[in-house]
Design a protein around this ligand. Structure first.
Ligand SMILES: [Zn+2]
Length: 206
């Protein structure tokens, strides 16, 4: 049975600067249909949110949160080690992360998480249950992590990754983790592993 843990991560102001996400989408400047400069205003249809509205063709552009999908790939006795990737791209180049990235059109969350794991780590693995859902409201993202069981310790990381390696809990470079959602997911993973029961964790971050 899956337990749902609700957590609210109220970051202190210090944490805010430390974990500021750098993947903000800039405001839309030009109409996606005709290229005219857009203006942010309330549309004429009674909508109560400001949208990017084109003054020429009147297209209203709706911008909605994006899904980031990834895995917690584990190896060893009871999943004692977790695979992390050292980022070769901005933001947070040189920091460690779980394999994850933006979901693409035409794929499910699980397929996207598997694709990112393949692209970033070149790992052989078997997908398991959904493990964490983190709302990152400040940047309009939802991060979803699945557990995955590694089938080999040979990794063939792609261009987005400098290095892919396994870490036991005591080896995790906590101060060098690229994103707060990854840090929280790793903490939940090792806590659940100690309990011998993996739950689904739902959290809100900033
Ligand atoms: Zn237009």
């Amino acid at each position: 049975m899956t337990l749902i843990t609700l957590l609210t991560c109220a970051a202190s102001s210090g944490d805010q600067s430390r974990y500021t996400y750098l993947m903000h989408r800039p405001p839309l400047k030009h109409c996606r249909v005709c290229g005219t400069a857009v203006a942010y205003r309330l549309p004429d249809d009674g909508d109560t949110r400001e949208r990017a509205v084109c003054p020429a063709c009147h297209t209203v552009h709706y911008e909605n949160p994006l899904n980031v999908v990834g895995t917690v790939p584990v190896w060893g006795e009871g999943g004692a080690q977790v695979l992390l990737c050292k980022r070769n791209i901005e933001p947070r180049r040189g920091k460690w992360t779980l394999p994850a990235g933006f979901m693409e059109m035409g794929e499910t969350t699980s397929q996207g998480a598997a694709r990112e794991t393949d692209e970033e780590a070149g790992a052989r693995f078997e997908m398991q249950e959904l493990f964490a859902i983190m709302n990152v409201v400040s940047v309009g993202q939802v991060h979803l992590f699945y557990r995955a069981r590694l089938l080999s310790t040979e990794f063939n990381p792609g261009h987005e990754t400098l290095e892919a390696r396994l870490f036991a809990e005591h080896e995790i470079p906590w101060e060098e983790i690229a994103f707060r959602t990854v840090r929280e997911t790793l903490k939940h993973y090792f806590a659940d592993r100690r309990k011998g029961n993996f739950a689904l964790h739902v959290g809100d971050i900033g």
